[in-house]
Design a binder for this molecule. Structure first.
Ligand code: N2P
Length: 433
């Protein structure tokens, strides 16, 4: 009797374990680090269960570099259900058949937030990704922003920060931070190097975003090699903190990190500012997609929908400093700040938003947008860029490594000489005795 009870209990336990590892009850989310208010995740689990009657457990993982995420899916075929790549990676995934079309028809109307999410600007940018396939059918934008310079006005003038050349200005050597994001650095540097051609109309910003020629990669490499001696760090996420702590005074960074850094710095009495340099820059967005190897499409679809709920979008913005791609008026209203000058945001929220008091670091005005362009996938040429990037950063590491090796060799030589001398002395004194 006892034995059979044990067997029944073991069987029940096995069933429970197999049940809890049932893939239908797991949602694997792979997102950028520091890019969500994590308290929304358990809330999603409750919301999902209340709406569908099915339980779900979110398994949440983060990455710092687009290419790391891509490689896990492209080469590793990992079964993430929802990931959040940037525009040019969405393009690549789309071109390589790595994305599933999104289908929100199954979500009941009263909880379908996707339609609220649509901003005319973001929709248009998605359409520009690939003229042959509408990326709006495969991705829902999450956050967006620009690439620019965070600077410390106590040490850097607005004029100095207003050009990309600041990243090789010897005045700030040792206090310059560069985002460890090859495409987001390459774009601005190329724009800087080609500013004369841009001004004379020989080339357009959009054309530069497709320029993966050996000549341009070599020019950017040569420029970055001049930059690197002054670099305090190539960073994925620590740049904003280095700026708030005053260790860095210039940071090539994303607007969302700028918002976070400016707010944090203000709390400790440090003034920081952000500018998109005059020569032009890149505008970017990251969007939720369901990769080809996803296993829980239903929960993934609900998750993307939940992320579009305006109150959830606002919480994610408040927590991260990044700007939601959500075009709902509720989101705009949450960002009204009467201390700011009115700006025209009709391009983003529609005609009603032609004069709104909002922080221009969060939502750039039309003039900034006009000098920014979207990056595009380079296909096979991406490898050339990544090789250049590691040559630039790798050389740096090698220089440092040589210094360390040199110090170790000198220290070892000193030790050997000391030992030999003291042995000699002992030998001589014992002989004398
Ligand atoms: C936040 C990452 C932001 C990604 N840590 C910008 N594309």
């Amino acid at each position: 009797m006892k034995k059979s009870r044990v067997l029944i209990m073991a069987a029940m336990l096995a069933a429970a374990v197999s049940c809890s590892s049932d893939r239908d009850q797991i949602l694997k989310v792979y997102n950028w680090s520091d890019y969500i208010d994590e308290s929304v995740l358990p809330e999603f689990e409750e919301w999902y269960e209340a709406r569908t009657g099915e339980s779900i457990k979110v398994v949440y993982q983060t990455f710092d570099v687009n290419e790391t995420m891509l490689s896990k899916i492209e080469k590793g075929h990992e079964d993430y259900d929802v990931v959040c790549p940037s525009d040019y990676i969405i393009e690549r995934m789309l071109n390589n058949g790595l994305l599933q079309p999104l289908d929100f028809a199954s979500i009941p109307d009263e909880i379908n937030y996707i339609s609220l999410n649509k901003s005319p600007y973001i929709q248009g940018m998605f359409r520009d990704i690939n003229p042959a396939i509408d990326a709006n059918d495969y991705s829902v934008a999450y956050m967006w922003g620009t690439t620019g310079i965070i600077y410390n006005p106590a040490e850097v003038t607005a004029e100095e920060a207003g050009t990309w050349d600041i990243i090789r200005n010897p005045k700030f050597a040792g206090r310059i931070l560069i985002k460890d994001a090859p495409r987001d650095v390459y774009g601005p540097v190329l724009i800087y190097l080609k500013q004369d051609e841009l001004k004379s109309g020989k080339v357009t910003l959009q054309e530069l975003m497709h320029d993966s020629s050996d000549e341009s990669i070599a020019a950017v490499e040569a420029y970055l090699k001049q930059v690197k001696d002054g670099v305090l760090g190539w960073e994925a996420d620590f740049g904003k903190e280095q700026m708030t702590k005053g260790r860095g005074v210039v940071s090539l960074n994303w607007s969302g990190d700028a918002v976070w850094a400016i707010e944090e710095a203000a709390e400790v009495g440090v003034d920081l500012a952000y500018v998109v340099p005059e020569e032009g820059s890149t505008v970017w967005f990251d969007g939720w997609v369901i990769p080809k190897y996803a296993k829980n499409i239903k929960a993934a679809t609900y998750f993307i929908d939940f992320m579009c709920r305006p109150d959830i979008a606002i919480r994610n913005m408040e927590e991260t400093g990044y700007v939601s791609a959500n075009g709902a008026m509720e989101v705009l209203e949450s960002q009204i700040d009467d201390e700011c000058e009115p700006i025209d945001l009709s391009y983003f929220f529609g005609p009603e938003a032609d004069s709104v008091c909002v922080d221009p670091v969060l939502y750039p005005d039309q003039a900034v947008i006009d000098r920014c362009a979207l990056e595009h996938d380079w296909g096979q040429d991406t490898e050339k860029l990544l090789a250049m990037w590691s040559r630039v950063k790798g050389d740096n590491a090698t220089g440092f490594t040589y210094v360390i090796i040199g110090l170790v060799v000198v220290a070892a030589a000193v030790l050997v000489i000391r030992k030999a001398t003291s042995k000699n002395r002992r030998h001589k004194s014992s002989k004398r005795r």
